[in-house]
Design a protein around this ligand. Sequence first.
Ligand code: ATP
Ligand code: MG
Length: 428
Amino acid sequence: MASRVCLVHYHEIGLKGKNRSRFEHVLMDSIKAALAAFSVATITRISGHILVTFSERGEAEAAMPLIAKVPGVARCSLAFHTNREPAEYCKAAIEALREFGSFETFKAASRRSNTDYELTSMDLNQQVGEALCLAFPDKKVKMKDPDATVHVLVVQGSVYVYAKSIRGVGGLPQGSADKVVTLLSSGIDSPVATWLLARRGAVTVPVHFSGRPQTADTSEYLCQDIIRELAPAVQIGRMYVVPFGDCQREISLKTPSDLRVIMYRRVMYSVAERIAKLEGAKALVTGESLGQVASQTLENIMAVNEVVDIPVFRPLIGSDKQEIIARAQQIGTYDISCQTAPDCCTLFMPRRPETHAKLDAVHEAWEMFDHEAMIEHLVDSVEYVDFDAPVYHRPRAMKARHEVLAPRETRVRNHSDKTFDDEELLEK
Ligand code: ATP
Ligand code: MG
């Protein structure tokens, strides 16, 4: 009797030359983490695929859509696993085509990963094709672009047969790239930006600026919902929360109202950069899209960007809102983001924000409040929430937090002849 398994296909990893084996292992770890709630028996590499077997019936079918969401997965097929008996794999081929759904034309496509099997792939195609023609007499064989293809893969003593497969999200497995800190609001855009970086293999560490204590903490819970929605296919291990309300109030009282948003953002970027240093993250990520709102003009982006030294990635900069919404719907965060919650963005918003900030005016406003003390204070009051995510390694020495997060001037004074090595602080 054939058992059901998932066969995972990947494209880009296959191109990674010397790194291929490492990437395959990272992908296997991601799939294992995503399937923690399933009865996974084995996850192994076979002939350019990853094979997932289960100890309970029905689990392969249920796991398939989840596996397809794991970054690095190009396609996931639901296969029958049989022995090399022609009667067995031909029966599986008929079952596979039956469960494919509606089709008019089909073909068999066979491959042998080793040549000790007496039948060539041409022989196999013919043998399986004949069995299928007998079972589906009113359907036609078509070699080019058939509606359904029954794949037969012979690997050592086993045969894997499948017709049904679903497209995966693609990209690279999480953990194949380094950490990034993403500025996560509960809005529509930043969850999508976070997801896009995770799909390129980054370990994403979100930082959320809450309006607390000037607002309720609703936005923080929405962010947690977003993280849980992306899981377990996308793993996020920790979210930092910065209670920003009182500082926003101070900024709004001390700086010109049209430059407030830029001041908020400069403080937010600075705090996020400090957290990135603590985490050993190598870039910041935002959900900005060019011209979408007042703060997202090129001048304003420049006026904010200059406060940080590490790269800031804006994967949505060239996307239209409709495209971003479609992606948010696909990854499941859209409905959560549509729930309104006051966060730091809605707090103390000026009626007419500057859309083309002049740097001189920005620098003048920046000196109207003690930004260094504010950043230090915010970093000091950072809170965090942990989630289950094996790909995330937390900074080992939280006690070294204050040292690492100290304002630049202090750091230079304390370590004048030494540069900080963030790697030392990481648990690897
Ligand atoms: P989003 O839908 O992601 O909130 P937006 O279109 O509302 O974006 P802005 O509010 O101007 O645009 O925010 C631009 C980016 O700044 C966000 O995509 C996010 O990366 C970051 N950001 C905004 N508010 C917050 C917040 N409260 N906490 C963390 N990051 C934030
Ligand atoms: Mg927003």
